[in-house]
Every structure is written in structure tokens, then in C-alpha cells.
Ligand binder design. Sequence first.
Ligand code: ADP
Length: 256
Amino acid sequence: MEAAADPGNLAGVRHIILVLSGKGGVGKSTVSTELALALRHAGKKVGILDVDLCGPSIPRMLGAQGRAVHQCDRGWAPVFLDQEQSLSLMSVGFLLEKPDEAVVWRGPKKNALIKQFVSDVAWGELDYLVVDTPPGTSDEHMATVEALRPHQPLGALVVTTPQAVSVGDVRRELTFCRKTGLRVMGVVENMSGFTCPHCAECTSVFSRGGGEELAQLAGVPFLGSVPLDPELMRSLEEGHDFIQEFPGSPAFAALT
Ligand code: ADP
């Protein structure tokens, strides 16, 4: 029998949620960020681990660009984003000298960094750790899942846009989850329609229903649709707390 792995710095983390998507640009980092903020506003202690090596966008989305991470006696100390220290962030973006540095790294270097990231961040006590992964199903995903597997409960949230092409990519993502034994908590459809701010009519910009159909076919829960929302986009660009500042906007109800 294999010996149980030492949970180390993850010993105080109660739940881990991996956020996955079949391809880039569908809103995976957006969902990771807003999920973390919504949990934090619900009174939970939350950490975000941004392992999207080729596009670590969460520091910008949370207004934490340029913040420095420090070594402490248990590894890397994450960046705290609020006074109560209820929301913390560790991103590969904090460690890269140039934003595109990781793009040219070979697989083994990326995998080694991911493993180190997962084991070396001193999170302390957390209710939830939200992990933003790179798009697709690469070796980096395997490295992330392998490094997190000893820690349970571990689940995956899959983000898609409604179009068939994105849904096709997500099908591969679900196969990856099945093959790696990763429990799928559900599918979130993002950019599902645009509600006109003047007449409140909803237009399905990218067709609709793909995420729900996929969830049904795969036999996993459909968790809901997040509309295209210019306020959400602006809030992410400017590093604002969308959940706190835009409670009346179309995406708020879906994200909370
Ligand atoms: P991914 O992590 O999948 O590459 P991002 O979360 O970085 O995608 O989102 C891509 C872009 O789309 C970002 O500029 C983000 O602000 C914007 N975006 C994502 N979801 C929405 C939405 N529901 N409404 C408006 N803009 C969105």
C-alpha cells in the first residue's frame, strides 16, 4: 500500500476547486476571480492559486499587479488582498521577471514550477483554495492534478462559452477529468447572451445552451450561465471588486 502523502502547506485547506476550460478566452480566470470574491463575501477564507503560466491574469483582475511575494519559514507567503487577510493570492505572475517569460519554458521546467507552487505556498487555514489552470489539457494540468491529488476534497469546475467549438473543447476537458479521476462539480456557461442596458432585451451573441447540453450529455451538474456584462469587463480591467461594487449588474446574480 502507498504511504499517504504529507499534505504539508495544504493541511489547513478544507476544499480545493480547480477551474478548467477547453481553450483560452472563455472566462476561466474571470470565473476563478469572481468565485473567490463571492466566497470571500459569504464569509469564507479563500486563497487563489494562479498556475496559468502563459497568461497569469489574476493579479491584474484583482488590482494586485506588481505586489511582491516573500519567502517565509514555510515557503512562499501569498499576497493578502484585504485587511482581514481573508483573500490571498499566489500567482506565477508575481515570480516572472517579464510577463511572457514562461511561454518559452520547456515542459519539465513548467511542471517543476507547478509542483513547487502547489507545495510551497504557506496558505495557513483556508475554507477554499481556487486554482486557475492554463487552458486545455496539457502536461501542466497533469502536473497540477498530480500535485493536488493527495489533498481531498478536490473538484473541478469547467467553464465554456455557448458555441459548439468551445463546447467541443470542453468535452475533451471532461474526458481529461474522467481519466485522471478528477470529480467534476459542474459546468458554467460564460458570455451567455447580452442584456441591453436600455431595453433589457437579452441577445444570444454566441448562440445559447451549449453548456447546459454538454453538462446533460456528460451527466454532470449545470451550474448556470453568466451573461456578457460590460461592467464585469471594466471591473476586471481596473482590478475592482465586482461583487462588492456592482450588485445591480446582469452578471452579479449569476456569479454569486
Ligand atoms: P480565460 O481565463 O479563459 O483566458 P478571461 O477570464 O481572461 O479568459 O477572460 C477573457 C476576457 O473576457 C477578459 O478581458 C475578461 O474581462 C472578459 N470577460 C470574461 N467573461 C466576461 C463576461 N461575462 N462579460 C464581459 N467580459 C467578460
